[in-house]
Design a protein around this ligand. Structure first.
Ligand SMILES: O=C(O)CCC(=O)C(=O)O
Length: 263
């Protein structure tokens, strides 16, 4: 896509991100492959869990188990939106399965994400700076609806200096919040959020799974060496098969590979 066309296409999304703190980009995973990607994600979760049980839970990065999904993570439009907000050099900080089983029940658990999650050790202290320091993406591999657990979000909360997990803020992370709505979209779409936005998973009263993967993007300068599953390595031979633009996002996790792209 020519650069002019690309910026014209992404401008409304960037504006919505700045003003509302979220947007949904459609057709990031093309309709003809989204079923096979979903199948890979659903079937690989058990393999990942077993591997982690047998070898240690920080032993292998989740993305190693879903190479077909990984191919899409440097989608041109998506990265263009993210780079407008984080700057040109970005990396992936965290990747996690987000599969909600049928009849999944939950009270809300509102929070902001890394590095603004006040329940994690490695968080920025309040008041948060006005800079965007993280982008959270939820990759919809089944449709997200209000019946199957579309993510709760509170539009514009990215610029609110209070936080549901702020001890002095009196909001409470388990309560329905004023202005909340559920993000919906068809399989293959990506919910993009400023990581400050207040969001929560939702119950899934339906008979089907709600399948997604969360992928968080960070600017190059943010410290990502925090211990935990997200620092787990990607075997070199798996990494070698990623497309070059995806390698750039995960090079910091490649095992037995000299940094080549970031130097
Ligand atoms: O699965 C969801 O709908 C939300 C996930 C979430 O809150 C998170 O990954 O931070």
């Amino acid at each position: 896509m020519a650069t002019d066309n690309l910026s014209e296409t992404i401008n409304p999304y960037v504006t919505q991100m700045r003003e509302e703190g979220w947007c949904v980009l459609e057709n990031v995973i093309p309709a003809d492959v989204v079923d096979s990607v979903r199948e890979e994600v659903e079937t690989s979760e058990a393999d990942y869990s077993q591997f982690s049980k047998d070898n240690g839970r920080w032993e292998r990065n989740v993305i190693s188990f879903m190479p077909r999904f990984a191919e899409h993570l440097a989608n041109e439009q998506l990265l263009a939106v993210i780079r407008e907000l984080l700057g040109p050099q970005v990396r992936i900080s965290q990747t996690e399965y987000k599969i909600r089983p049928p009849h999944y029940q939950l009270v809300r658990a509102y929070h902001s994400d890394f590095p603004y999650d006040l329940n994690q050790k490695w968080h920025i202290t309040q008041p948060f700076p006005t800079a965007v320091i993280g982008i959270t993406t939820l990759w919809m591999l089944t449709d997200f609806t209000t019946e199957n657990g579309g993510t709760w979000i509170v539009p514009k909360s990215h610029i609110d200096l209070r936080n549901p997990r702020g001890k002095e803020d009196g909001i409470g992370d388990r309560n329905p919040l004023e202005g909340e709505m559920q993000a919906v979209g068809s399989a293959g779409s990506v919910l993009i959020m400023d990581s400050r936005i207040w969001h929560s998973n939702a119950e899934n009263p339906s008979d089907g799974r709600r399948t997604a993967v969360v992928v968080r993007y960070a600017p190059w300068w943010l410290n990502l060496e925090l211990f935990g599953v997200n620092t787990a390595k990607i075997p070199g031979e798996t990494f070698d098969k990623f497309p070059d633009d995806v390698k750039l996002l995960y090079e910091h996790r490649a095992e037995d590979r000299e940094p080549a792209l970031w130097v």
